[in-house]
Design a protein around this ligand. Sequence first.
Ligand SMILES: [Zn+2]
Length: 292
Amino acid sequence: MEFHTQVSAGPAQQNPEKVKKLVVLTARVHPGESPASFICQGVIDFLVSQHPVAQTLRDHVIFKIVPMLNPDGVYLGNYRCSLMGFDLNRHWQEPSPWAHPTLHAVKQLIVQLSQDPVGLEFYIDVHAHSTMMNGFMYGNVFEEEERVQRQAVFPRLLCQNAPDFSFSNTSFNRDVVKAGTGRRFLGGLLDDTSYCYTLEVSFYSYMAAGSTSPVPYTEDTYMKLGRNVARTFLDYYRHNNFIDDNKLQISNHINSMEVLSQGRQGNGNGNGRTSGSERRAERKNQSITGEY
Ligand SMILES: [Zn+2]
């Protein structure tokens, strides 16, 4: 059963020797969290578009995307569990091929990818949150300060790109209750050059920069966050010099990108880049109530 989506095209396909990075994204392990599907849709729409940022990413990065980890739960209209009543996001440690078949298959794929010479660098699992506002991330806790700092780079970059993403709501934890989640389990499995996150987005609204009232999320703004997640990989790989600015035919274009508010009905080139004056209002003093 081939249910994962690989987005990989462009000149690098003709040159298999070229080193690429590998990113795995999963969504909808909790079937009631439909905003996760719109984010995933935004990521995919952007990556397969003709936008120059997407073309550059495809030349340098392989994206493996599993848009729906719990299709039977979604079909049944369950909020959190699979057909058999399991919260799949607590079974990453020992998924059973008969009780948690999608999780078992995806875990096997990720373990296999982690042994690939290309190297799995990012794992992001997309969820929606019923009490918090904005988009934000959960990450893992490490002893080495240097690794902690490295892990913070991607959410910081995403915070610069997405007006609804909050770095101050982003947190790093090792709660026992989260031990069976994808983010926690794979954080322990993958080597120290890999990064595992849960990406959460509010079910209802975000605080935009300079505003005192919350902005309700829509399907389009969820997809826009997905596009911003996708394009943040370019910033990340430019930041660490994996993608050389000299090889970019598009650097001027990247720096001049503006917010595109249209959704899928747009031209397929949406990117959602914000200007410096549009940084999101950080929601401070909000307690993290948990990962859904
Ligand atoms: Zn969830």
